[in-house]
Design a protein around this ligand. Structure first.
Ligand SMILES: Cc1ncc(C[n+]2csc(CCOP(=O)(O)OP(=O)(O)O)c2C)c(N)n1
Ligand SMILES: [Mg+2]
Length: 515
């Protein structure tokens, strides 16, 4: 058995059965091994940032890592922005990068690069396998590392001779790592703070915004009067009926400062102290009050469910029913607005849908009108590197085994970074509905000129205009095998949503919105 085959067999034994790939010469033996070992689903992405973004979306929904297959340093470099986003999302990925044969590397052939240096920027674990006999062992170690709670990127660099040489050994899975132990002192501190009767916020992020943790946080909130909020950046939030009506800390510094002003104490549950995405002249970098006290209940590598459960018990917080979100909104009509889109989405989304939100400026208020939708999962862009929304949606559909509708709320400028995702959606016949928000603009950046104190002239404004030539999203989608139609009104959008949700394959709705 060669090294490549031992890797595929080891991955399968360790439960990794999906590979997102964009292969080259140095990965040919790995790809060939996929035909010799049954059980690995191999999904082609036509640009590496699509591949890595799909692996991120897959992990968020499947709850287990997929592997990638990338080609040498440059292929990895193409995938880095979405690996950055995946690192921020704390998604587990077995990131496999094929590379030059060990003896060919010193000859400095054209595709030779410092692959390890590129990988180090995003990887929690990194290893280069130097011999076929090591590949199975390293593969099992990579899966174990990717599963380090709550997930991380484990990069395995595979020189081509380690792939093609004989002597490969299949390895058994290594034990799944446990979360780091919860600190009893942090539970007691939180309990003391919560009993003091001051203004306390439990700021939830990571696994603390999923259903089980939400229910515990609600008990604590009901028993103590503490407020609950979600961090602005959360990879995966459980929402809709039966879940909390959580709001996020606002994106804008002014609004965030306003929202957090009243809190004397902020208890961080998987969250970091809230800071702005950027600094702005004359504005604070941190969004909480200067004299507010911050307390860590759990770091991201600790289990928030266990910690919240211990805290609820210490406080003797009785069970508390999750509040009813009220009537389900109705389909809206007339010219599109963000609120109308949110209502229409809440009115029509099927049970157990997944929303991939890269709506950028359009989606700041989507939460308010979607609390009374059926239960669903909402995925955000966590690392701020745009171009994640469509790949994450595509990987999420695969992570859900094609059984759940995935709805992308997708801004146009961001979509252009990784639009090849649509082709993979068509090829894999995935239940993806993309609502493409075509405002023909990098609209969010218009306001940023003012916020940073820059004065835009016509050239500067032109850098944010996508209207000339007009990008035809229906034609782009059709060209990649995805059915599409344009909507100018909410009625048209709603009709297209209904028909798309009833069809098994992908569909793109190009919603013409104002800037
Ligand atoms: C990888 C990366 N490149 C560039 C940016 C800077 N950037 C932030 S938002 C944005 C434009 C977003 O436009 P669009 O997706 O159409 O959303 P809209 O602002 O119109 O709502 C750009 C270029 C970024 N965040 N990430
Ligand atoms: Mg736009």
């Amino acid at each position: 058995m060669n090294g490549a085959r031992s890797l595929v067999e080891t991955l399968l034994r360790s439960g990794v059965d999906t590979c997102f790939a964009n292969p080259g010469t140095s990965e040919m033996h790995f790809v060939a091994a996929l035909d010799q070992s049954a059980g690995m689903r191999c999904v082609l992405g036509l640009q590496e940032n699509v591949v890595t973004g799909m692996a991120d979306g897959y992990y968020r929904i499947a709850g287990k890592p997929a592997c990638t297959l990338l080609h040498c340093g440059p292929g990895l470099a193409n995938g880095l922005a979405n690996l950055h986003n995946a690192r921020r999302a704390r998604s587990g990925i077995v990131n496999i990068v094929g590379d030059q044969a060990t003896y060919h590397r010193p000859l400095d052939a054209p595709l030779t690069a410092d692959t390890e240096a590129l990988a180090r920027t995003v990887s929690g674990w990194l290893r280069t396998s130097s011999a076929a006999a090591d590949v199975g062992r390293d593969g099992a170690a990579a899966v174990q590392a990717a599963l380090a709670f709550p997930g991380q990127i484990a990069t395995l660099i595979l020189p081509s001779d380690a792939s093609w040489n004989e002597g490969g050994k299949v390895e058994d899975p290594l034990p799944r790592p446990r979360p780091e132990a919860v600190d009893p002192d942090s539970i007691e501190t939180a309990a003391r703070v919560l009993r003091e009767g001051k203004q306390v916020l439990l700021l939830l992020a990571g696994r603390a915004v999923l259903s089980e943790a939400q229910a515990l946080a609600w008990r604590i909130s009901q028993a103590t009067g503490a407020s609950l909020m979600a961090d602005y950046v959360t990879a995966h939030l459980a929402r809709g009926r039966g879940r909390l009506q959580l709001e996020r800390v606002p994106y804008s510094t002014d609004l965030a400062v306003e929202a957090l002003r009243r809190f004397d104490h902020i208890i961080l549950v998987g969250a970091k102290p809230p800071v702005g995405f950027f600094a702005y002249p004359g504005k604070p970098s941190t969004q909480y009050r200067a004299d507010a006290q911050l307390h860590v209940l759990t770091r991201p590598d600790q289990d928030p469910v266990q910690a919240l459960d211990m805290l609820a018990q210490l406080l003797r917080a009785p069970p508390a029913a999750i509040p009813d979100p009220g009537l389900r909104p109705r389909v809206a009509s007339g010219p599109p607005t963000p609120d109308k889109l949110a209502c229409t989405l809440a009115a029509l989304m099927p049970e157990n849908a997944i929303v991939s939100d890269e709506s950028v400026s359009y989606g700041r208020g989507f939460y308010r009108h979607t609390h009374a939708a059926p239960p669903h999962d909402w995925l955000h862009l966590v690392g701020g590197a745009i171009g994640a929304g469509l790949p994450v949606a595509t990987g999420a559909a695969i992570g859900a085994g094609g059984q759940r509708r995935v709805i992308s709320l997708q801004a146009d400028g961001s979509a252009m970074y990784s639009l090849q995702s649509l082709w993979t959606q068509a090829r894999e016949r995935l239940p993806n509905t993309t609502i493409l928000l075509n405002n023909r603009s990098y609209a969010i950046l218009v306001g940023e000129y003012g916020s940073v104190g820059a004065t835009p002239g016509p050239t500067a404004m032109g850098m944010l205009d996508l209207g000339d030539p007009l990008i035809s999203w229906t034609r782009l989608a059709n060209g990649m095998g995805v059915e599409a139609a344009r909507a100018e009104t909410m009625e048209e959008c709603a009709d297209l949503m209904v028909s798309s949700f009833a069809k098994p394959g992908p569909f793109l709705i190009e919603l013409m919105t104002s800037k």
